[in-house]
Design a protein around this ligand. Structure first.
Ligand code: CP
Length: 304
């Protein structure tokens, strides 16, 4: 496809091709010279209307490793605060001869909207509580790296599914790769649409952990929550927080993931986040290779 707006638009073969390309780029990233000239004729604008550490730096590093020219735009320091619209903002950036736009935005569907109104390739770096496709790709790639394949693996996505864009993208990606997926959390944090996706739903943390091979612990999204519908943070961490005692009580060794940023002591304790069972920093490392693969494959689609 011309854009990467969501995992929804990718076939299983598209995802496998991204992984095979990321394998090659991961080798490149382990060499003394980590740079290839593949995108030296491409200019990419990273436009972030929401805060980010991992995704923004990971995309920028991926672009630099591919020799693309990059410009960075943070809405908070831009003329968006003077009332400029999304389309005007992006068209002004594109007038400066930009080929691709990587965008994070608080509204679901912002990337889809933009792709219909501007003449550039759009990569969704997270749109509201909708999709975060490169996060799901790097998560599934990390599971494949750990176990050799994703097919047949049992993945529990645990926590604030309601406000999460990581959850939907992960569910779609893992199902396309043949994994079994469960979501687990209090019913107030499990959205109704989840019931239509063919995933298991569990409200008991221990049952979910005993079922899964991999637990992907989601962050409680304090910035999106309406507090009156929530368990308090204390109640949440007592019922759904993963600590070392719980992990050690399971009769098998599961793998722990987290997309970051972590609320240490809420959804996961430090002794779990920093344990040998955690692949959290492997996820971050793999993010650069995955984003290199996505940008490289999209650039090859430009003139087709
Ligand atoms: N996982 C993730 O999207 O992190 P950031 O919000 O820091 O980009």
């Amino acid at each position: 496809t011309k854009h990467l707006l969501g995992i929804k638009d990718l076939t299983t073969r598209d995802i496998e091709l991204i992984f095979e390309t990321a394998d090659t780029f991961k080798d490149v990233l382990n060499r003394p010279i980590k740079k290839v000239p593949s995108l030296r004729d491409i200019t990419i604008a990273n436009i972030f209307f929401e805060n980010s550490t991992r995704t923004r730096l990971s995309f920028e590093l991926a672009q630099k490793r591919l020799s693309a020219d990059t410009v960075n735009f943070a809405a908070s320091s831009s003329s968006v605060s003077k009332g400029e619209t999304l389309i005007d903002t992006v068209n002004n950036i594109l007038s400066m001869k930009v080929d691709m736009v990587v965008m994070r935005h608080p509204y679901a569907g912002a990337g889809i909207f933009l792709s219909k109104h501007v003449n550039a390739q759009i990569v969704n770096a997270g749109d509201g509580a909708h999709e975060h496709p490169t996060q799901a790709l790097l998560d599934a790639f990390s599971i494949r790296e750990k176990y050799g394949e994703v097919r047949g693996k049992k993945i529990a996505i645990i926590g604030d599914v309601l406000h999460s864009r990581v959850a939907l993208s992960n569910i779609l990606c893992l199902q396309k790769l043949g994994a079994e997926v469960m979501v687990c959390g209090p019913s107030t944090l499990i959205p109704k649409y989840i019931g239509t996706l063919g995933v298991k739903i569990e409200h008991d943390l221990l049952k979910a952990l005993n079922w899964c091979d991999v637990a992907n612990m989601l962050r409680i999204q304090l910035e999106r929550q309406d507090i009156k519908y929530f368990p308090s943070l204390r109640e949440y961490s007592m019922m759904y927080g993963l600590n070392k005692q719980i992990l050690n009580s399971l009769d098998k060794e599961i793998t722990v993931m987290h997309p970051g940023p972590i609320n240490r002591g809420v959804e996961i304790t430090s002794d779990v986040a920093d344990s040998k069972q955690s692949i959290i920093l492997d996820q971050v490392e793999n993010g650069v290779a995955i984003r290199m693969a996505v940008l490289y494959l999209l650039a090859n689609q430009r003139n087709q």
